[in-house]
Design a protein around this ligand. Structure first.
Ligand code: TRP
Length: 464
């Protein structure tokens, strides 16, 4: 198995790297504000349903394709003798470049907050608007963040990605458990818990279902071949189904913990849970300030360090997808591939960087091109890139991967791959469930989502 492509050295290494990819800003930054916007616990319920019924099966299919072929997201389809399907991989690479271009900007915000907290600047929450407008500062943080991501990826699978994940993931979990335990002790915590955990099913509407599915997909890093790529570094004796179940549980668990920590904080501060994208950046510094200067600095610094770590294991996986393609298919040395790709992505991220107040054209981009929705507060270029990559490419890619695995590569081959390292797979209930989900459920639901996105976002035909 010793090829020059590199391999995860252990099962834990793969699981932590894949869970590290999944757990990121999506869980700690995006999930809570989506819950806030989506009406609380009802959104959480829908999210959980999608994670297990739809995302988990798609995840097993992605990993299986990767491990079977030992190739990147594009090459995998060529190895299976279906070169026409390689367009899925190219779309995945495009999605990865676009997502990383703005994800890195938000990661830069988080990294900058570590520094602000260290300096005891709790006022930063009230200055958030000015902070993200300061393109030079944010650009510098983003540059550092992209540099660290590239540094890790340039060291390859075992020495870079696996080692980073083994340190970062356990630290993250420990910090989050401690912070959520602390959050529970605050006055007003119960109101937060109630908002978060007691569902009001009358709040479920088309919009909630739509965002819950999008969130589940993004959060589990599906639809762009990130897990095809990571699966390609996995040994044949590993149990994929078990690993995917573990990754899903870990991702859902950490999103869940993030809410458990955040909503008590928000309610104890007397703030609204519908704070939108600024939610953690605006509310949390106030919470830390209330802890008094000393403890506040420690907890605040820890929290944003944790957020930065979570983002880092995700940016690593976003960068690895295009890099693996260039390394495998074009035989470019890894280090060169990494630095070229990272520079390119940083550059295409510059408009996103400027779209939070620095440039008024980019800040109001969606409005200017005539696609703004009524009452929308965020019409930035960065949000627009999210519409294309997260909301369009990912569900489309996920739909194609499911159709491919079930109907083109064929279920028998998928089952054969999933049986390696899992003797009891053939004939099990799990096999029936996975096959049903990727053959019918996922293609159906994801194609609906894709059509809804295109009509409602790009043609302003509101069906939700
Ligand atoms: N899942 C990550 C998060 O929740 C983001 C991410 C990393 C991602 N790699 C991905 C999303 C691949 C989609 C596809 O923050």
């Amino acid at each position: 198995m010793a090829t020059s492509r590199g391999h995860f050295s252990s099962r834990l290494g793969f699981i932590l790297a894949a869970a590290g990819s999944a757990v990121g800003l999506g869980n700690i930054w995006k999930f809570p504000f989506e819950v806030g916007d989506g009406g609380g616990a009802a959104f959480v319920v829908m999210y959980l349903v999608f994670c297990f019924l739809l995302c988990f099966p798609v995840m097993t299919a992605e990993i299986a394709i990767g491990r079977r072929t030992q190739r990147n997201a594009v090459g995998a389809f060529k190895v299976l003798n279906k070169p026409r399907w390689a367009f899925i991989g190219f779309m995945g690479i495009a999605a990865g470049l676009l997502i990383l271009s703005f994800y890195n900007v938000v990661a830069g915000w988080a990294f900058g907050y570590v520094i602000e907290m260290l300096m005891g600047n709790f006022e930063i929450g009230t200055q958030f608007g000015d902070y993200i407008k300061d393109w030079l500062k944010i650009g510098l943080y983003g540059l550092v963040f992209m540099g660290v991501t590239a540094f890790i990826v340039s060291h390859g699978i075992q020495a870079g990605i696996e080692r980073a994940a083994k340190i970062l993931m356990p630290s993250l979990i420990m910090l989050m458990v401690a912070l959520s335990a602390y959050a529970m002790t605050l006055d007003g915590a119960m109101a937060g818990i109630e908002f978060y955990l007691v569902p009001d099913f009358s709040k479920i509407n088309g919009q909630v279902v739509y965002s819950a599915l999008g969130q589940a997909f993004f959060s589990l890093s599906l639809g762009m071949g990130a897990l095809i790529t990571y699966g390609s570094y996995l040994n044949k004796d590993q149990n994929i189904v078990q690993a995917a179940a573990f990754i899903t549980l870990m991702d859902v668990g950490i999103a869940f913990l993030a809410g458990l920590m955040l909503f008590p904080f928000v309610f104890s501060q007397g703030l609204e849970p519908t704070g939108g994208a600024g939610l953690i950046f605006v509310t949390l510094p106030g919470v830390f300030s209330d802890l008094g200067p000393n403890i506040g600095v420690i907890v605040g610094t820890l929290f944003f360090t944790l957020l930065t770590f979570a983002a880092l294991t995700s940016t690593v996986s976003l960068l690895e997808v295009p890099v693996a393609y260039v390394v495998d298919e074009h035989k470019v040395p890894r280090k060169r591939a990494v630095w070229l790709t990272a520079t390119f992505i940083f550059l295409i991220g510059v408009p996103s960087l400027l779209s939070n107040g620095a440039s008024s054209i980019l800040t109001n981009f969606i409005d200017i091109i005539g696609l703004a929705r009524e009452g929308a507060t965020d019409n930035s270029f960065m949000t627009f890139v999210g519409w294309i990559a997260n909301d369009t490419f990912l569900p489309f890619g996920g739909m194609m991967i499911s159709i491919f695995a079930a109907h083109i590569w064929k279920k028998e081959n998928l089952s054969a791959e999933l049986s390696l390292g899992n003797e009891n797979y053939a004939g099990s209930f799990v096999e029936t469930f996975i096959n049903f989900s990727i053959s019918y459920l996922a293609p159906f639901v994801l194609s609906m989502i894709f059509v809804l996105t295109v009509l409602s976002k790009f043609f302003a035909i509101d069906l939700l």
